[in-house]
Design a protein around this ligand. Structure first.
Ligand code: HEM
Length: 176
């Protein structure tokens, strides 16, 4: 069986874990009323996770362009390959667009990201209340779209594993 490389697996599962964590942390933090220290701490963690996803997505894209994935499985019909390719392109787009929208929202709100409490990252735009409201909606729509696409992607992998009983999922898992 031709598996994905260790680098591909590491980037895939690390980014997946961070996206899921940023998503649920995002939902948790916005549900906290007022401005408590816990809420502010969660906002910082959320932003650190999101910025890390963005950096890892850039590394992953560059790495992927230089290292093609294993050949497609011949047992899978070509229309399914086309749908899967479309979903993967969409996921790559969202891995960039979702964190960038959050970053721009933070910039428009005038709150800089102090990454890991160590480095203040540059604001990409100046404070702008009108843009802030728009970017908040854009971030919301992108992360909810991402959640839907991630669930569809994961369900498809599970269907291949448990119903079709092919090696689609195994190729992305380390040998045990
Ligand atoms: C993959 C990366 C990311 C995911 C999955 C994600 C997900 C979320 C989610 C689910 C929410 C709650 C939305 C709501 O219910 O209103 C949220 C809110 C927020 N996110 Fe992100 N986010 C990501 C990256 C970022 C980044 C990089 C930043 C900034 C540097 C950021 C800044 C914010 C802020 C400030 C809010 C609060 C919005 C409000 O004031 O209501 N996010 N995010």
């Amino acid at each position: 069986m031709q598996r994905y490389t260790k680098t591909a697996m590491l980037l895939h599962w690390l980014i997946a874990l961070m996206i899921v964590s940023a998503f649920f942390l995002g939902l948790t933090m916005v549900a906290i009323p007022g401005f408590t220290p816990t809420k502010l701490k969660y906002f910082s963690w959320h932003k650190w996770l999101g910025v890390t996803v963005l950096a890892l997505a850039a590394i992953r894209l560059l790495w992927r362009l230089a290292n093609p994935p294993p050949a497609p499985l011949v047992s899978i019909p070509s229309w399914q390959h086309k749908v899967a390719d479309g979903v993967h392109y969409l996921l790559y787009f969202l891995m960039f667009a979702a964190p960038i929208s959050g970053y721009l929202y933070g910039s428009a709100a005038g709150v800089p990201v102090v990454y890991l409490k160590l480095v203040t990252l540059p604001a990409l735009i100046g404070p702008d209340p009108e843009l802030k409201a728009i970017l908040k909606t854009v971030h919301y729509v992108l992360v909810m779209t991402m959640a839907g696409v991630v669930v569809a992607h994961a369900l498809a992998a599970l269907k291949h594993h448990f119903i079709d009983r092919d090696i689609t999922l195994k190729r992305m898992l380390p040998r045990v």
